[in-house]
Design a binder for this molecule. Structure first.
Ligand SMILES: *[C@@H]1O[C@H](CO)[C@@H](O)[C@H](O)[C@H]1NC(C)=O
Ligand SMILES: *[C@@H]1O[C@H](CO)[C@@H](O)[C@H](O)[C@H]1NC(C)=O
Length: 220
């Protein structure tokens, strides 16, 4: 036994605990990405409990199921395909500025595609297919300059295909089939190589727009 040493090691431990607590508190307070994901959890109905591990008191969301971070603890993937969640996507996900893969396919998501998703400058893949999304395809998605895959098929999207999407020079795959889109199909940029099946079963969508003509999207 060495009673004289006890107080100092106790103080040391207490001090370390306080410092750790402060550090965790500071990191937690600044975890914008965890807050954004937790806001999504709050707006979704989750009958299968796939979001149960999303604990907002943790330092960052990197240990949560269906969330992937890079080595700097920044969220780069959200994988919630086939998860039986319902509700609306909401604008908060636009705060995941490092996100590369947004996989929300085959759920029961409704409401509109938030225009704020256009802020996800690093996004490579936007997979929202097989949900119940309504409204128009936001023009702002044309700002996703890294995007390679955009699959919005099998929803209830209406309106025309924004011409601005032709600016997405990295886009390799688009699928807008099985929606309620109207107007004509752009022909510029990446649209020059997309197959027509990417647009099929949109009963009010006409063929590719005619070269040299401003798009005819009357009543659309
Ligand atoms: C999805 O959730 C509903 C309840 O909202 C439930 O009835 C159904 O069985 C679930 N489906 C799957 C595949 O888990
Ligand atoms: C066409 O798309 C609608 C809307 O998504 C869907 O309900 C319907 O089953 C599709 N029809 C075919 C033949 O795929």
């Amino acid at each position: 036994m060495a009673p004289p040493r006890a107080p100092s090691s106790f103080l040391l431990l207490a001090g370390a605990a306080i410092l750790l607590g402060l550090a965790a508190g500071a990191a937690r307070a600044s975890n914008e990405e965890g807050d954004a994901l937790y806001a999504l959890r709050m707006r979704l109905s989750d009958p299968n409990g796939v979001l149960q591990s999303w604990d907002p008191t943790l330092v960052n969301p990197c240990t949560w199921f269906h969330v992937t971070c890079d080595s700097a603890s920044r969220v780069v993937r959200l994988d919630l395909g086939n998860s039986n969640v319902s509700g609306s996507i909401g604008p908060e996900l636009s705060r995941l500025v490092n996100l590369q893969y947004l996989e929300l396919y085959r759920n029961n998501l409704d409401g509109e595609i938030p225009k704020e998703l256009g802020k996800l400058k690093n996004l490579i893949s936007l997979d929202l297919y097989a949900n119940k999304l309504t409204g128009r395809i936001p023009k702002s998605l044309s700002k996703l300059s890294s995007l390679r895959f955009m699959r919005l098929n099998n929803n209830k999207l209406a309106g025309s295909i924004p011409r601005e999407l032709a600016k997405l020079s990295n886009l390799k795959v688009i699928d807008l089939s099985n929606n309620d889109l109207c107007g004509t199909i752009p022909v510029d940029g990446p649209f020059s190589s997309f197959p027509l099946r990417s647009f099929e079963n949109n009963s009010r969508l006409n063929g590719p727009e005619l070269q040299g003509l401003v798009s005819y999207d009357f009543g659309c």
